[in-house]
Design a protein around this ligand. Structure first.
Ligand code: PNS
Length: 160
């Protein structure tokens, strides 16, 4: 049997219930799953890398085979470094597909040995995004159904 290590990369600013749903699905299928936060110097994030790592570690504690990490540079370089076999990405709707296809194809061109695997989150998360959650939180809307409790607290604290 192969020992499959999957990387689940993203911004996770912040982690939502949709991400968690995907992590749960990934943790069932792969031997190990590394949730990896991109250190993106272009974007202006709401939460620092340390805050995002902390929130993700808190919510992924139930899964013994899930690890949280951060990376910079090319995803495939990082995946190679970690000796990963798979890049895991979630697709919510058709609108995600084009961008994801481009990224997966480019990554395959650069590193043919790493396979991108797409998974679908539960349908109640098909419209959920970190961006919309942040907007809701900023404008005082309800976020309870969309993020775990620790993230809810931190979002409330940011926009107090
Ligand atoms: O959750 P996001 O913000 O949509 O995640 C995008 C992410 C982190 C997967 C993507 O931006 C990425 O892989 N960035 C690392 C740089 C890289 O490898 N770029 C080339 C992709 S073809």
């Amino acid at each position: 049997m192969k020992n499959v290590l999957a990387i689940y990369p993203g911004s996770f600013d912040p982690v939502t219930n949709g991400h968690l749903d995907l992590i749960e699905r990934g943790a069932k299928i792969f031997d190990r799953l590394v949730v990896s936060i991109l250190r993106n110097f272009d974007k202006e994030p709401l939460f620092t890398i340390d805050e995002r790592v902390e929130m993700l570690r808190e919510v992924t504690r139930p899964w013994a085979n899930v690890e949280v990490d951060a990376f910079s540079g090319l995803l495939v370089d990082y995946a190679r470094l970690r000796e990963a076999n798979v890049i895991l990405r979630g697709i919510r709707a058709v609108s995600d597909y084009e961008y994801e296809l481009q990224m997966a194809m480019m990554n395959r061109k650069i590193e043919p040995d790493i396979e991108t695997v797409f998974m679908l989150p539960a349908e109640q998360y098909s419209y959920l995004s970190s961006r919309l959650v942040k907007e809701l939180a900023r404008l005082g809307g309800p976020i309870r159904d969309f993020v775990p409790a620790n993230v809810q607290e931190r979002l409330s604290a940011k926009f107090k």
